[in-house]
Design a protein around this ligand. Structure first.
Ligand SMILES: [Fe+2]
Ligand SMILES: [Fe+2]
Length: 476
């Protein structure tokens, strides 16, 4: 085994992402297709870069992590769905390692991926059968190794001693689950919700234990997966309200699913419209406004939805209606919105306002978004739930960038559990008074000096987007 340096680990991450893309490509196209050319070339080039150091390159699955040699690969948010995808696919075939040898040809890479994809991993002994297929095709490069059973002491909880790491993984798995559902819908494939239900349940467990880590992750913004991240953020924020409403586990799961799939109908809207940088034309608006109904249509047709279908579908249907029904779709007769609908309505709007992708304008800083929403409380939003929401995320929500009285700049990392002290969260200092970066310093705004005066106070909220500061990275 080889311990790689930081630079090679970067190349390793690239390999994982490119390999996942190639495998995904071979799940859609036959191997003669030109769609393979570019992804194969990329994988091949990346391998060449790694062969400069070693004559063989191995990707090893251990527990829930992938290693290049014995260096653990940590990927950022844009690579994470590919990492999880690859891990899942390896596990299903009981493959513990891929070993690529110097001199590997492009055709071998393509062949390998084709066998990998056209493989029914639901039958017993997947590894042995896979090995057989490789032999039949006379393919020895790369070679594969069997996945060793996880040792008992390496349970998930042990590996993720760090809560933050566990929360991050839950977040990313949920992004992958939603994207999986949406991608399958696009390809008109059968969709199962099993995985989504599982990830929502782990979200619920997190929220019930402690919610600041998950809430912090809602500040992550990925640039090409807006709808997926948005859906997961809306799910987390909805659960934060649900928890304060005293929802039980089952109820939280339903609420979480409703929030996660509220925008499901968007999968059918062309990306040119969805990501349009300028204002919509009336025709485009008409298409956009159909997505709540489209969501309902898709949701009720999904496998495994039945027990929670009503709540989930109603949540999707109502999420743009507004508390006073001034939104869309237009209703023939007046009625009261469901609780789930009213919750999703609030958190959906909050995430849309604070994220940069929606209608491509500069996003609101969290506190400004809240103030704007509070001004519409009782009209667009249920006033009681709005209050609860502010309590849940704090006057200065997690992710707020703030200038302190000490002239230091910091990011709110956890809100004060006492609503009366909502303006006194915990802040991670990222810049000292002279503008230098600060590594690890967290201050508690409830801290007082000997005369009972607060040591730290927020003087001003800074618009992170305006200064192009990526707040999300402080939560990874
Ligand atoms: Fe929506
Ligand atoms: Fe939405």
């Amino acid at each position: 085994m080889h311990g790689y340096d930081e630079e090679s680990a970067q190349v390793g991450k690239r390999l994982v992402v490119q390999l996942a893309i190639l495998i995904r490509t071979s799940q859609i196209h036959d191997s003669g297709n030109f769609a393979f050319d570019q992804p194969t070339e990329k994988v091949h080039n990346t391998l060449q870069a790694l062969f400069m150091e070693e004559s063989e390159v191995s990707l090893n699955l251990e527990g829930d992590f992938l290693f290049l040699g014995d260096t653990r690969l940590k990927v950022d948010i844009d690579g994470f769905s590919n990492l999880i995808f690859l891990i899942d696919e390896m596990r299903r075939r009981e493959i513990g390692s891929f070993v690529f040898f110097r001199g590997i040809k492009r055709e071998e890479i393509i062949k390998f991926c084709a066998i990998f994809s056209n493989f029914d991993s639901t039958l017993p002994h997947p590894f042995e059968r896979y090995l057989n297929e490789l032999k039949k095709a006379n393919l020895t490069n790369p070679s594969i190794e069997h996945l060793e059973e996880k040792k008992e002491h390496e349970s998930d909880q042990d590996i993720f001693k760090d809560k933050k790491e566990l929360a991050k993984r839950t977040y990313m798995s949920t992004v992958t689950a939603v994207s999986g559902v949406m991608e399958s819908l696009k390809l008109r494939q059968a969709v199962s919700l099993k995985r989504s239900k599982r990830v929502v349940q782990s979200m619920v467990d997190h929220i019930l234990q402690e919610d600041s880590t998950l809430l912090g992750l809602t500040n992550l913004r990925s640039h090409d997966e807006y709808t997926y991240n948005h859906s997961v953020n809306v799910c987390i924020l909805a659960l934060a309200i649900g928890q304060r409403l005293g929802y039980r586990k089952m109820g939280l799961s339903e609420l979480g699913m409703a929030a996660l799939f509220h925008d499901l109908g968007k999968f059918d809207i062309p990306l040119e419209i969805l990501n349009k940088p300028t204002e919509f034309t009336p025709e485009e608006w008409a298409i956009m406004k159909k997505h709540p109904i489209m969501s309902v249509k898709e949701l009720v047709s999904l496998k495994g939805i039945h027990e929670m279908a009503t709540k989930v579908a109603i949540g999707a249907f109502e999420h743009h209606l507004n508390y006073d029904l001034s939104g869309y779709p237009k209703l023939a007769s007046k009625r009261k919105l469901s609780l789930v609908g009213r919750i999703v309505c609030i958190v959906d709007c909050y995430d849309a306002l604070t994220s940069s992708r929606v209608y491509n304008r500069v996003p609101f800083p969290p506190d400004k978004a809240l103030r704007f929403m509070l001004s519409r409380s009782g009209k667009a939003f249920d006033p009681v739930l709005m209050k609860l929401f502010v309590n849940a995320i704090g006057v200065y929500p997690i992710g707020t960038l703030a200038l302190l009285n000490t002239k230091e700049v910091g990011v709110v990392v956890s809100s004060n559990p006492n609503p009366e002290k909502g303006d006194r969260p915990k802040i991670r200092i990222i810049m000292d008074a002279s503008g230098n970066e600060v590594a690890e310093k967290v201050v508690d705004l409830t801290e007082e000096d000997s005369r009972g005066k607060p040591v730290y106070e927020i003087v001003n909220v800074i618009n992170a987007a305006k200064y192009k500061i990526d707040v999300g990275k402080y939560f990874l």
